[in-house]
Write a protein that binds this ligand. Structure first.
Ligand code: V47
Ligand code: SF4
Length: 372
């Protein structure tokens, strides 16, 4: 096949052959793509896969993030959101606070449309009982039976299972009975042990993170995956992370989307680091699209990379720009300069202007309205 548009340079020709013939890329290919000076060529290759998998569609969701507590016993070095109990600014919402917050934002900024997802993550609180989490999910589910609840990272699930004295499987089943729909992708950070021990020594291992998702998939619960980049990780660590996710997806097929998270250093223990660059943000998205050949979707979280770059990323492998969000605390504690919310109309405009077809989706990527 000779569908070549660019005269590809610097070792990318062989990768192009593989991409065109839908062959799996190797660890070395991943490293080559990260090292290539030709960002546009890497983007062009990612776009081939993006359009093969998702055509011209670009997804977004009308959602609401809720962070029920910032009190966390882990205190990861890259996290500006977490606090110790009793520290100034530490909070834990009651179930009523969570419901109030959901009620306030149960409609989008145009006032017309309910959110289709609550995205709930928080710290590992030292004293809140297991029942608090079950009650929170249950109360939201009773009040909003049609809204998908995507809640608790694998790190939280593992912690809550110990709190409850239940296996991971039984913990997930209990939450599903209460109304949990799927798991978000947070907490993955970087799987490589050396880096993980330095940036989040208290966190469960990469293997344990993958195991929670494996068990979720085994009981038919879908989930997402993330990777925190732009701190002390090497290119090899990133490629290793992607290949580990690809391996689990080969086994289970339970991941929906992959979301690279750009490290924001402000107010963290790693605040001497610079913010990520546009080149790196686009490259991580594009290489992820190329390496994760078995993931249906690659999502750019506009909150982290800004709406302008998120729009451009729609030509660099990305087919999803997440959502309305409404209020975001984790990245904004760490110096994010983006707004906290985009309206549905703004998301639609961004996508159309990029020459893509906007599809409002629910959490599981069912189309809610394809005629925007
Ligand atoms: O687990 C913490 C990361 C994650 C910082 O599943 C930071 O659809 C950047 O996982 N700079 C939570 N990142 C957010 C998350 C997420 C976001 C959007 C969509 C989905 C999804 C998941 O944020 C944490 C951690 O990896 N994080 N601190 C920081 N300073
Ligand atoms: Fe706690 Fe999550 Fe922040 Fe780590 S990233 S300190 S686990 S809230």
């Amino acid at each position: 096949m000779s569908a070549q548009l660019y005269p590809l340079r610097n070792g990318l020709k062989e990768i192009e052959e593989k991409v065109i013939h839908s062959q799996r890329l190797s660890f070395e290919d991943g490293v080559t793509l990260f090292n290539s000076p030709e960002l546009l060529e890497v983007g062009y290759l990612a776009n081939i896969v993006r359009e093969r998998k998702n055509g011209n569609n670009a997804y977004f969701i009308n959602n609401r993030h809720i962070n029920h507590t910032n009190i966390c016993i882990n205190r990861c070095r890259f996290c500006a959101f977490s606090k110790d109990k009793g520290e100034e600014g530490a909070y834990a919402m009651t179930i009523e606070d969570v419901l109030k917050s959901a009620r306030e934002y149960g409609v989008d900024l145009t006032g017309s449309r309910r959110v289709s997802e609550f995205h709930i993550v928080g710290g590992l609180h030292p004293d809140l009982p297991f029942q608090y989490y079950l009650n929170m999910v249950g109360a939201l589910h009773r009040e909003y039976p049609d809204v998908h609840i995507q809640a608790f990272t694998a790190v939280e699930i593992e912690y809550l299972s110990r709190l409850a004295g239940l296996s991971i499987r039984d913990t997930l089943i209990e939450f599903r009975k209460a109304g949990l729909g799927s798991l978000p992708g947070g907490g993955a950070e970087i799987f490589a042990e050396g880096v993980r021990n330095k940036v989040c020594p208290e966190k469960i291992s990469g293997e344990d993170w993958l195991n929670v998702h494996r068990i979720a998939h085994q009981i038919d619960m879908r989930s997402n995956a993330t990777m925190l980049y732009g701190h002390i990780e090497t290119i090899e660590d990133r490629v290793d992370h992607l290949i580990k996710l690809r391996g689990l997806q080969d086994d289970t097929g339970g991941f929906m989307s992959f979301i690279p998270l750009a490290f924001h250093p402000k107010n963290t223990e790693l605040d001497s680091f610079s913010k990520t660059t546009g080149n790196l943000d686009l490259r991580v998205l594009a290489v992820s699209r190329l390496m994760l050949d078995n993931f249906p979707h690659i999502k750019a979280f506009w909150i982290m990379i800004g709406p302008k770059l998120a729009q451009i990323s729609l030509s660099f492998g990305v087919d999803d720009i997440d959502g309305t969000v409404v209020e975001e605390k984790i990245t904004h504690s760490a110096g994010a300069e983006t707004g906290q919310s985009l309206s549905r109309d703004e998301l639609v405009k961004m996508i159309k202007e990029a020459g893509r077809v906007p599809i409002e989706r629910d959490t599981l990527y069912n189309s809610l309205n394809s005629s925007l």
